[in-house]
Write a protein that binds this ligand. Sequence first.
Ligand code: MN
Length: 128
Amino acid sequence: MSERTILYIEDNYLNRRLMRKILESQGYKVLEAEDGLKGFEMLSQLRPPLVLLDIGLPGMDGLDIAERAKADESLRHIPLIAVTASAMRGDRERFLAAGCDDYLSKPIQTNELLEKLNQLYPTEVVEE
Ligand code: MN
């Protein structure tokens, strides 16, 4: 993948549209999956450099996706950022325990999002 690519697994259309707008304005290419099964399939087949992951998803939820990805040697290096409105006490720990590398809360704060991407996006991927 020569472009700066991010896979966003999210069932809500408005969230996908907003995220695409923000990320494309920063030069990222956005791949989208609207349910968990499709998302995991894309993650394992395409092995994108970074994944943004909704937790509440039809098919397979975000925690299942994280657990399966981190149990797979060929996928576990891919950074997973959970993106969810869930803000109950202990949620962050639960996401991290499932294998997420970081966590962002909805509604998306553009600055916070871009900061996390700068931290977690693999630097060996050459920007063209
Ligand atoms: Mn959802």
